[in-house]
Design a protein around this ligand. Structure first.
Ligand code: UDP
Length: 453
């Protein structure tokens, strides 16, 4: 009874980085924690009608970004400075208000790419958890770079790292395929480890069996807890109330008949194509992709965000309207869970990768930058759930390559193996988040420890 009363009082703040691929897992984790009796306030600088909607029992509190009042932000450094002071002001307000109303905040769970949030937590007298939204393998690579054991880009053709398969230099995280290296990005990513020894918990959105070897190595360096896959519980055996989708989507779909369209297709007959919320393809690449999809002759559902639509070849939309559907956004997990979807052509963002693995969908990996290239390596060579496209000397994936890769995953000689492996990972992902599974136990333990603060 006593512990139940204490549980009801435990209140934490969740602080995602304001991008879709960071908000989704943090919101999902917040929902899980509320299901374990905690109160969670998720703070975001995004302020629109969506942040005001109901998200299970998670309270969403938004800050309006006053960067315009402060003049134009020209450098990355200025952006972070402005952003962190906005956050600190907001968090102080919440901590003070909740303290007075008898629901004091005890912990800040922050996105690992904002390590300065740990200092804010300490100034406010809070415990702190760093929340990693990339794979354990990618985290380990950044950690090696941080510790000075590895350079990226690497001059070595083969890199051998603990708990990982041999990696080629093109398997290591990069700012953009074939582009100049950006030191700012790598310093942002390695800074995730700058104060890792001082934080109270390190949480990673992945699961033990998916990354067992590298997880063991990471655990020998710092106490990581794997808590994923954080996908809407509708697709797991641990269904939470009111949890059909992530919830806080920053994009809108322009199509209401998507479900009907998918329902009208045969099982495993559709190629779903999407490149997440940030990646932007060159016009030439869009053209090759469009032609490749057309030539493959499969039904396709292609997400082309509004800002990318102008790059679509003029005639393509009309010519392929029988075969394909182009939308500006869609509920991706719902699409991947639909039985008409036979493969996922993806940019290999970590959430998209985990969603496909958790829902048993084979992939055509077409990574663009950052951790996506490493995820693509794992998709093709470690988890063996699909193929990775090859780029030509101009950095383009040609229509012929697109068609060939789609055929290979949909009907090629390894298609059955990809499907079998996808089903295997789906089962293991489900097990991890089910009652008593490895990730479920870690979340349970985290919640229990919070209740004892
Ligand atoms: N997503 C979605 N609808 C779309 C495209 C993407 O809901 O049409 C979601 C997807 O399910 C994932 C997130 O957006 O949860 C994208 O995150 P990811 O890490 O895959 O890529 P990023 O956007 O960070 O590059």
């Amino acid at each position: 009874m006593e512990s139940h009363q204490r549980a009801a009082e435990t209140h934490i703040i969740a602080l995602p980085f304001p991008a879709q691929g960071h908000i989704n897992p943090m919101l999902q984790f917040s929902k899980l924690l509320t299901s374990k009796g905690l109160k969670v306030t998720l703070v975001t600088i995004i302020d629109n009608e969506l942040t005001k909607a109901k998200h299970g029992s998670v309270i969403v509190d938004s800050i309006s970004d006053n960067s315009e009042e402060n003049g134009t932000i020209s450098t990355m450094e200025e952006y972070w400075k402005n952003f962190s002071s906005l956050i600190e002001r907001k968090l102080s307000e919440i901590v003070e208000k909740q303290g007075k109303s008898g629901r004091p905040i005890s912990c800040l769970v922050y996105d690992s790419i904002m390590p300065w949030a740990l200092d804010i937590a300490r100034r406010l007298g809070l415990a702190a958890a760093s929340f990693f939204t990339q794979s354990c393998a990618v985290s380990a690579i950044y950690y090696h770079v941080y510790e000075g054991r590895l350079n990226i880009p690497s001059e070595q053709t083969h890199v051998s790292l603990d708990g990982m398969p041999p990696l080629q230099s093109y398997d290591l995280p990069s700012p953009a395929c074939g582009s100049e290296y950006s030191p700012a990005l790598i310093s942002l990513m390695t800074s995730q480890f700058s104060n890792i020894r001082e934080v109270d918990w390190i949480l990673v959105n992945t699961f033990n069996k998916l990354e067992a070897e590298v997880m063991n190595w990471m655990a020998s360096q710092c106490p990581v807890k794997l808590i994923g896959p954080l996908i809407p519980s509708r697709y797991t055996s641990k269904r939470l109330e009111d949890d059909n989708d992530y919830g806080l989507s920053l994009f809108k779909s322009n199509n209401n008949s998507l479900k009907q369209w998918l329902d009208s297709k045969e099982a495993c007959s559709v190629v779903y194509v999407a490149f997440g919320s940030i990646a932007s393809l060159e016009e030439k690449q869009m053209e090759e992709l469009a032609c490749g999809l057309e030539k493959s002759n499969y039904h396709f559902l292609w997400v082309v965000r509004e800002s990318e639509q102008k790059k679509l070849p003029d005639t393509f939309v009309n010519e392929t309207s029988e075969k394909g559907l182009i939308v500006t956004w869609c509920p991706q997990t719902e699409v991947l869970a639909h039985n008409s979807v036979g493969s996922f052509m993806t940019h290999c963002g970590w959430n998209s990768t985990l969603e496909a693995l958790s829902l048993g969908v084979p992939m055509v990996a077409m990574p663009q930058w950052a951790d996506q290239v490493t995820n693509a390596k794992y998709i093709a060579d470690v988890w063996t759930v699909g193929v990775r496209v090859k780029v030509n000397e101009e950095g383009i994936v040609t229509k012929e390559e697109t068609e060939m890769c789609i055929r290979e995953v949909m009907e090629g000689e390894n298609a059955n193996e990809f499907r079998r492996n996808s089903e295997k990972w789906k089962t293991l992902a489900q097990e991890a988040v089910s009652e008593g599974g490895s990730s479920d136990k870690n979340v349970e333990k985290f919640a229990a420890e919070l209740k004892c603060i």
